[in-house]
Design a protein around this ligand. Structure first.
Ligand SMILES: Nc1nc2c(c(=O)[nH]1)N[C@H]1C(S)=C(S)[C@@H](COP(=O)(O)OP(=O)(O)OC[C@H]3O[C@@H](n4cnc5c(=O)[nH]c(N)nc54)[C@H](O)[C@@H]3O)O[C@H]1N2
Ligand SMILES: Nc1nc2c(c(=O)[nH]1)N[C@H]1C(S)=C(S)[C@@H](COP(=O)(O)OP(=O)(O)OC[C@H]3O[C@@H](n4cnc5c(=O)[nH]c(N)nc54)[C@H](O)[C@@H]3O)O[C@H]1N2
Ligand code: SF4
Ligand SMILES: [Mo]
Length: 741
């Protein structure tokens, strides 16, 4: 490519998905000239997918909000930041004063975990308000895994990941990293790593009701009846005991509860569960044998195993298999990353802790237990609709779009209209933010600095990578942490005029006092000159496991050292971390948490569930991301992706024709219509529609997305269905009725 005069080169971690690829971005005349994978990035080594390239479209999108909006007489009008904050100050504190903290609810969306400005300062805002009504995308996604791993290993964020670069057998359930680029497993270039594994003689087996893009590059694929994973996994654990394949290796002295696990699985012989999961008994036994006999192997389950009625049980069983075969915390097995900053499993006394509990409070209307400080998203509509003390009367939505992403979205949309007040921190006027009274826009990722907070905890290799802003803030833009601090000031009664930079200093000093005790003053002094998330990052890096400890470990990491490496620092391959990583009260892996063991009986009671006529599941496409990238021309072009995929036999039996429309209805009483695509990649009896579509709702401002709106899968999914342990929504294996439209 010919160099453009005055072109400059910048390095930026992509914030769009969990792969966290390093990008090289060329800028000339203040405009993006090109975006490609950064070959010098020690972690992603040049990998990029089409969404990374679309950061240019996102940056330039004319629909992306650049000024606050205030709703006046039902219509949004652009407003100054001062007016927007004044409106919030006028309307929010009276609700808090009259009805208490729980009257202000929060919805936290997926992009907030991809911006350190948002994730670090959301914590500050939640603390300032003190509401129990916190709802997030986590209960539409991974809460079962966080709960099961929290119970087993002692913290909600201590999740093992397959060490794919050294693995010889990887059993994958309910994940499609070829489309998603990995989840709770930061693994850029999954395809390349899977190919390399197979070239080494390793084997990939995929369990999925659809023969996915990942199944297509695997050695073996088995269809599973949606919702059947618990039965397959129970059958595998049963086989390990039955055939004397349990081998804990060096884990032996670190595990509690083996006998309880053995007792719990005794009724789940493969021959007994085969029909329920749709996988032959001999296959179940073979999978268990291969897992046990392969020296380096791992089981990995992701969203398909979480968004089920047995989500927690599934997630637990995945790691029970890893432990019982000695593959947990073993090279080439399921290992724990050691993140350079912010990781709770690197903080405090190594090897023991308080562990996790649920149900410290319950939701007001249906009594669902709190999990990790949250109430299930499935409870949000009823908490808004139902009068009485504690009713949610105001909502602050932070980078979330639950009207499209939560089951029974239309019910939620109606509920949002009944709120007394709603604020959206969002970059679009979309299906959810249209319900707000004030919208506070975020900045383009290219105008923001960046450090991944959660994802280094789930990475296939340890690394520390910081990105400086690629472009300066354009006129009128405000960093999101400062917007959040304004809300903190309002919630604390200091008013919108408060000096948020001084308030930030004050909160930082509080943090430091907690972490550094007697050395607090010296630490605060050492951080002088920085503010906002950068200062929090410096603190976390220096106090972290590779940090300089503010002088106690000379040569250790500091913000300056990480920043000095524009493509990032490599911190090496994953290392065994047990027992140091554990934070359970016993200091052991709790293989048989009573909460989960008790749930096995619920599975037993559902063992003979007859096969449903047709059930629905979701899917992802590499050119889409949840609900909000359909407005980017580069990604929007190409064939219709919001199609209803069905097996030819189902198409014939139901009278569906490729290219014609199917009408799909669910227990919500609503229906959607989606273009039919016929393919034997689907398991018979299962239909698949992707989520995050339905951009035809009035009042949104998404010019490109509205041209091909697609249908909202979540209009037919049922908010009454949850995994009772984690409160997670059931989004797969849901019974629907399908007829030609
Ligand atoms: N049926 C079904 N439903 C699902 C799923 C499924 O598989 N099937 N998946 C679930 C999963 S895994 C998830 S994580 C959830 C996601 O659920 P949500 O997080 O609610 O949805 P997103 O589509 O990620 O929407 C994010 C919102 O953030 C805004 N946004 C984007 N970037 C920024 C930014 O930089 N700053 C700010 N302030 N806002 C920004 C977008 O405009 C959008 O409104 O959906 C869930 N819903
Ligand atoms: N391109 C793109 N990338 C994304 C996203 C996106 O929307 N688009 N979303 C991001 C988010 S928020 C997340 S959480 C991750 C999710 O990342 P993944 O977990 O990899 O998600 P999916 O690609 O939806 O894969 C889930 C698989 O589960 C299968 N499945 C459904 N029901 C069952 C079942 O009962 N049992 C089994 N075994 N399998 C089942 C589905 O067919 C599907 O292939 O992806 C992230 N990355
Ligand atoms: S896989 Fe694509 S969207 Fe995900 S981080 Fe990499 S470039 Fe960004
Ligand atoms: Mo997600």
């Amino acid at each position: 490519m010919a160099a453009v005069p005055d072109e400059t080169s910048h390095y930026r971690i992509c914030p769009l998905c969990e792969a966290c690829c390093g990008l090289q971005i060329r800028i000339a005349d203040g405009r993006v000239q090109s975006i490609r994978g950064d070959e010098a990035d020690p972690f992603s080594i040049g990998y990029i997918c089409p969404k990374g390239v679309a950061l240019k479209d996102l940056h330039e999108d004319p629909d992306r909000l650049r000024t606050p909006l205030i709703k006046r007489d039902g219509r949004f009008v652009p407003a100054s930041w001062e007016d927007a904050y004044a409106e919030i100050e006028r309307r929010l504190p009276p609700i808090l004063a009259a009805h208490g903290k729980d009257a202000v609810g929060f919805t936290l969306g997926n992009p907030s975990s991809h911006k350190y400005s948002l994730i670090l300062y959301t914590a500050r805002l939640l603390k300032a308000v003190g509401s129990k009504n916190i709802f997030s995308a986590s209960t539409l996604d991974q809460m079962p895994k966080q709960l099961s791993n929290g119970l087993m290993f002692g913290h909600w964020l201590t999740l093992p990941v397959p060490d794919i670069e050294r693995c010889g057998f990887l059993l994958m359930l309910g994940a499609n990293p070829m489309a998603s680029n990995g989840s709770l497993w930061t693994v850029p270039d999954f395809r390349g790593k899977a190919k390399a594994m197979r070239a080494r003689g390793g084997k990939l087996v995929v369990i999925d009701p659809r023969r996915t893009e990942t199944a297509a590059i695997a050695d073996e694929h088995h269809f599973i009846r949606p919702g059947g994973d618990a039965f397959l996994l129970l059958g595998m654990v049963h086989t390990l005991f039955d055939e004397n394949l349990v081998k804990l290796g060096r884990l032996a002295e670190h595990v509690n509860g083996i006998d309880d696990v053995q007792a719990a699985v005794k009724d789940f012989a493969p021959e007994r569960v085969a029909a329920r999961c749709g996988i032959a008994a001999e296959t179940i036994r073979d999978l268990a044998r291969t897992l046990a006999r392969t020296e380096r192997a791992a089981v990995y389950g992701r969203i398909g195993t979480c968004v089920q009625e047995f989500g927690t049980l599934n997630s637990w069983l995945v790691d029970v298999l890893n432990v019982l075969t000695g593959h947990l915390d073993q090279e080439g097995g399921a290992m724990f990353a050691k993140a350079a900053a912010f990781a709770p499993n690197t903080i405090g006394r190594p090897g023991t802790g308080r562990g996790v509990i649920t149900g410290r409070w319950t939701s007001r209307v249906s009594g669902k237990p709190e999990v990790y400080g949250e109430i299930p998203m499935n409870c949000l509509a009823e908490e808004i609709e139902t009068p009485g003390p504690g009713q949610v009367k105001a909502l602050i939505s932070i980078a979330s779009n639950p009207v499209l992403s939560a089951p029974n979205g239309p019910r939620l949309a109606a509920a949002l209209d009944s709120l007394e007040f709603m604020v959206s921190m969002d970059i679009y006027l979309n299906e959810t933010s249209r319900h707000a009274d004030v919208i506070l826009p975020g900045v383009s990722p290219l105008e923001d600095s960046h450090y991944d907070v959660p994802f280094p905890m789930f990475s296939v290799r340890n690394h520390a990578r910081y990105s400086a802003p690629v472009l300066p803030l354009s006129d009128g833009q405000v960093p999101e942490w400062q917007t959040m601090m304004k809300l903190v000031a309002i919630a604390r009664g200091l008013g919108a005029e408060a000096d948020v930079l001084a308030l930030d200093d004050e909160l930082l000093a509080d943090d430091v006092r907690k972490q550094a005790g007697p050395h607090a003053d010296a630490v605060v002094a050492a951080l002088a000159g920085r503010r906002g998330p950068e200062r929090l990052l410096d603190l976390a890096l220096r106090m972290g496991p590779y940090g300089d400890g503010f002088g106690t470990r000379p040569g250790g990491l500091t913000f300056e050292r990480v920043k000095a490496a524009p493509s990032g620092l490599d911190l090496g391959p994953l290392q065994p971390r047990i027992p140091e990583v554990l934070r359970t009260p016993s200091g052991k892996i709790e293989l048989a948490p009573p909460l989960v063991i008790a749930d096995v009986a619920r599975a037993a009671a559902r063992l003979d569930r007859p096969v449903d006529d047709i059930v629905i599941i979701g899917r992802r496409h590499v050119r889409s991301n949840n609900s909000w990238m359909h407005n980017l021309p580069l990604l929007a072009k190409g064939p219709n992706r919001c199609t209803a995929l069905v097996h030819p036999a189902d198409a014939q039996r139901l009278g569906l024709h490729a290219g014609a429309f199917a009408r799909i209805s669910g227990r919500t009483g609503r229906h959607i219509e989606a273009e039919v695509e016929v393919s034997d990649e689907m398991m018979p009896g299962v239909i698949s529609v992707p989520h995050g579509w339905g951009h035809d709702l009035p009042g949104a401002q998404l010019g490109v997305a509205a041209e091909r709106p697609g249908a909202n899968l979540n209009a037919v999914l049922d908010d009454a269905l949850t995994d009772p342990l984690s409160g997670n929504a059931v989004l797969g294996g849901v019974v629907v009725r399908v007829v030609p439209a």
